[in-house]
Design a protein around this ligand. Structure first.
Ligand code: 13P
Length: 252
């Protein structure tokens, strides 16, 4: 079996202030310095990227963004280009988060465009997929996730997944405290890997698939122990250094 280095990524969402960024990063860096088996990444809001980037310089912790424009440059008021994120030292960018899909109307086509523009610029996209509760109850989890994946594979090509990460985030588990059971998550993670393996087994085998949705220090270990769960994308619990470090420690 391929050994995949686990990744634990913090998605701060629209939280924080200049005064809270510094102590939070200091706490994370202190925890990471103690030795963490996983790769760690922090995705703050755009405006704090320079500040967080400076604080992370020389550390093992990577910088990421939460969103990116599908366009390269030009008349797109309020948007941020992939090249700008590269400029600021980002390694990762989250694309297709369910909040972008559901609150801001990002379709599979838009998400695929963002994935392509991130890849082209040299960023590692963290592609989020996941079903809503109604999809799960209707037995359509795999169909929804397959459509989300296929749109990106079609637009970007399977080769681009060699430098990408997928995050499975069931919408009903995000910010609800209702975490998927390790078996529920594992089932979808295995499905995602299989879906990519239809195109390229090597790439599928090496792809890191993160779980996201109400991960806490207390439930991370049993999730990360599953065969196809290669780390986590952490929302609420990433806003407290100690809790976040507890999650990072659970990934081996
Ligand atoms: P929570 O960890 O707050 O449930 O959020 C998960 C998430 O959406 C990470 O991207």
């Amino acid at each position: 079996m391929t050994r995949r280095q686990p990744l634990v990524a913090a998605n701060w969402k629209m939280n924080g202030a200049l005064q809270t960024v510094r102590p939070l990063i200091a706490g994370v860096l202190a925890g990471v310095a103690d030795g963490i088996p996983a790769e760690v990444a922090i995705c703050p809001p755009f405006v704090y990227l320079p500040e967080v980037g400076r604080a992370l310089q020389g550390s093992r912790v990577a910088l990421g963004a939460q969103n990116v424009s599908e366009h390269a440059a030009g008349a797109h008021t309020g948007e941020i280009a992939a090249a700008m994120l590269m400029d600021l030292g980002c390694k990762y960018v989250i694309v297709g988060h369910s909040e972008r899909r559901h609150i801001y109307g990002e379709t599979n086509v838009i998400v695929a465009g963002k994935f392509v523009s991130a890849s082209r610029a040299g960023l590692i996209p963290i592609l989020c997929v996941g079903e809503e509760l109604s999809d799960r109850e209707a037995g359509q989890t795999e169909e929804v996730v397959a459509n989300q994946l296929d749109a990106v594979i079609q637009a970007a090509g399977i080769g681009s997944f060699a430098a990408a990460v997928v995050a499975y985030e069931p919408v009903w588990a995000i910010g609800t405290g209702k975490v998927a059971t390790p078996d529920q998550a594992q089932q979808v993670h295995a499905f995602i890997r299989l879906r990519l393996a239809r195109h390229d087994t090597g790439i599928a085998d090496r792809l890191r698939i993160l779980y996201g949705g109400s991960v806490k220090a207390g439930n991370a270990k049993e999730l990360f122990a599953m065969a196809d769960i290669d780390g986590g994308l952490i929302g609420g619990a990433s806003l407290q250094a100690e809790e976040f470090i507890g999650i990072c420690r659970a990934a081996e």
